[in-house]
Every structure is written in structure tokens, then in C-alpha cells.
Write a protein that binds this ligand. Structure first.
Ligand code: KG4
Ligand code: ZN
Length: 333
């Protein structure tokens, strides 16, 4: 069964054709990095306009790369939130039009459920239950996943998302936008032990807080303007990673679960991938990571999650509206 997945939640226009929720036939992502670079961050109005320009060519390319026709598609899965309203609107309106004109059923997918589902596109996927750390530019949460569509949030960030912290620190170090991938590279040339940046202590909780860390980096660079940027990047990155890894593994132990997954843009970070594998192995916990390509936003993860909704008959109708705020596990899906 073929599902066409569409994601326009933020600054990437993405479409993909996936077979049976697990096999990626095509995965096309049109990045807007160049467009937003000169502003040092995403400009929502520009993002929305670029999605309008790109949605047709991106979907066309996904269909032709998969070598399929609309008559082969069983359902269109579209991300309807959370995300930027003007961006989400483009994907949702496009999916509705396509569904109407081609008479293909439509399913609505939560972006975070999409990120968690990216792991099912890999050769080795975890059995249920597992713990999922979703760590992206807009979100940082730990979920207990007991089955498709069954999520319990165990912890979340109380302020900035980890990706947002990467982006803001990259900006203040003068590395430009988007910050995560550059920080990853620069940090690998620095000493993570050079500077001790404090981690937020939220005792007894699996919540995160990254805004204090960002301020600590800012204060440090003001105090020592000629500090080695590679060391600042590496030390900042280490503080974020230690917190993400420790809380995720603590959550696994607390729940008595031996399997954890990472997903979302920050899970592409090479040091994070290394560290979680290392520490999990010490505790006898298995780690499942999506490929780098499927860590950041893509349509395949939406198609994978959408396949499960479609199998359960959870179709969306034309009253579907995008929702900028859409907690995972809420009834309104
Ligand atoms: O999942 P994603 O593509 O979009 C959202 O749903 O937010 O995540 C984007 C975030 C950005 O903040 C970006 O800087 C971060 O993921 N990111 C990284 C890396 N690659 C992307 N952060 C750290 N290291 C990376 N290699
Ligand atoms: Zn995302």
C-alpha cells in the first residue's frame, strides 16, 4: 500500500512515497536555508511563500522518482501541526485539493508522531514499548511509546528546544543559520572539557531547560571575547548532549524499558549519536537512530505514521485545519 507523505511544517517543503509504512520509494526535500540565511533565522512569511512555489514541483518529483501514478496512491498523509501556521496551511490546503480532485483519502499526521515514526523506515526498528527522545528546532520531549498512536510524554523542555539553543548559540558565535550542522562540525575541532557550562538542575524531573545555558555562553563570550570558538562550541554541545542522554536513559530506567529512539533534527548530531550509544551500552539499553537524512524534516516519516492511521480508518475530512500548537497524544488529531 502506497502513501504519499507531505510536510510543510517549518522551512522545508517535503514529499515522499512510502510503501506499507516502512519502505521509502522516494524522499524529496526542498530546503529553504539559503532563503533565510541572510536574516539569521526563519522568516515565517517568506517560508510560507516559498512553500507555495515549491509544493507542486516537490510532490511531482516525489511521484516520478517513486515511479508511480496518483492511481497507485492509497492515501495522502499530511502534517497538520505543530508548526508555523502559514507553512502548515500550504501543505494542508494542497493535500485537500489533491484528495478532492484525485479522489484519494487523506489522513492527518502530527509532526512529532512523524519524527517518532522515522525509526520504522530503518532496517532495524524497535519493538514496543520504547522510549523516544524527539529533539528538534521546535521541540525537546521524551515519550513512552506503547504502540502506534499511543504516546505518553514523560518530560519536555520548559523553555528553548535543544535545536533552538544550537541555532542561537551558533548565531552568537557568528556561525550563521542554520546553526546545528555548523556547530556539529566546529565542535568536533574543539575541546569539550575546556569550559564548564552549567546544566539546569530540575531535580526529580525529566524536563529540560536550555535557556540558562544559552545565556551562560553569551556571558562567557562577553567576558572572554577572544575565547576559542571551537572550545566554546564543543563545551556548549557537551552540556546539551549530556543532559539529553542522561535524562533519556534515566527515563528508560525509570520505566523499565530497554529500548530508546532518537529523532528530530538534533538527532543528526554526530557527538550525540556517539554518546548515546556509548552510555546506553553501559546500561544494557538498545539505541535506535534514524539515518541522518530521516532525522531532519521529511515527508517519509509523515507517510509512515499516516499508514498506521489509514489502516485504522482514521481519515481526515475537508474540515481539516492546521494547528500551530498540537500536543502529541491529544484527542484532536
Ligand atoms: O526536525 P527539524 O528538521 O525541524 C524541526 O522540526 O524543528 O530540526 C531542525 C533543528 C534545527 O534547530 C537545526 O539546527 C538542528 O535541528 N540540527 C542540528 C543538526 N542538524 C540539524 N543540531 C545539532 N547538530 C546537527 N548536526
Ligand atoms: Zn521536525
Amino acid at each position: 500500500m502506497l502513501i504519499l507523505g507531505i510536510d510543510t511544517s517549518c522551512d522545508d517543503t517535503a514529499a515522499s512515497v512510502v510503501e506499507d509504512g516502512v519502505r521509502v520509494l522516494s524522499n524529496v526535500v526542498s530546503s529553504q536555508n539559503e532563503l533565510h540565511k541572510k536574516y539569521g533565522g526563519i522568516v515565517p512569511e517568506l517560508a510560507s511563500r516559498r512553500h507555495i512555489e515549491m509544493i507542486v514541483p516537490v510532490v511531482d518529483e516525489a511521484m516520478s522518482k517513486a515511479g508511480v501514478d496518483f492511481s497507485d496512491i492509497s492515501a495522502i498523509a499530511v502534517c497538520h501541526g505543530p508548526g508555523l501556521i502559514g507553512s502548515l496551511l500550504v501543505g494542508v490546503c494542497f493535500a485537500k485539493s489533491l484528495s478532492y480532485t484525485k479522489k484519494i483519502p487523506m489522513v492527518a499526521v502530527n509532526h512529532l508522531e512523524g519524527h517518532i515514526s522515522s525509526i520504522f523506515l530503518e532496517e532495524s526498528a524497535p519493538d514496543f514499548p520504547f522510549l523516544a527522545l524527539v529533539v528538534s528546532g521546535g521541540h525537546t520531549s521524551i515519550y513512552r511509546v506503547d504502540g502506534y498512536g499511543t504516546y505518553t510524554e514523560l518530560g519536555r523542555t520548559r523553555d528553548d528546544a535543544a535545536g533552538e539553543a544550537f541555532d542561537k548559540v551558533a548565531k552568537l558565535l557568528g556561525f550563521g543559520y542554520p546553526g546545528g550542522p555548523v556547530m556539529d562540525k566546529i565542535a568536533s575541532q574543539g575541546d569539550p572539557e575546556a569550559i564548564h557550562f552549567p546544566q539546569a538542575k530540575l531535580s526529580g524531573s525529566l524536563d529540560f531547560s536550555f535557556s540558562g545555558l544559552k545565556t551562560a555562553v553569551l556571558n562567557y563570550t562577553k567576558k572572554i571575547p577572544d575565547s576559542k570558538k571551537e572550545d566554546v562550541a564543543a563545551s556548549f554541545q557537551k552540556a546539551v548532549i549530556e543532559d539529553l542522554v542522561n535524562k533519556t536513559l534515566d527515563a528508560a530506567q525509570q520505566e523499565g524499558i530497554k529500548r530508546v529512539t532518537l529523532s528530530g533534527g538534533v538527532s543528526a548530531n554526530s557527538a550525540l549519536r556517539r554518546r548515546i550509544k556509548e552510555k546506553a551500552a553501559e546500561k544494557g539499553i538498545e539505541v535506535y537512530l534514524p539515518s541522518i537524512q530521516l532525522s531532519t524534516d521529511n515527508g517519509a516519516m509523515i507517510a509512515s505514521a499516516g499508514f498506521q492511521h489509514f489502516k485504522k480508518g482514521k481519515l481526515a475530512d475537508f474540515s481539516l485545519n492546521p494547528k500551530p500548537y498540537l500536543p502529541l497524544g491529544s484527542a484532536d488529531r
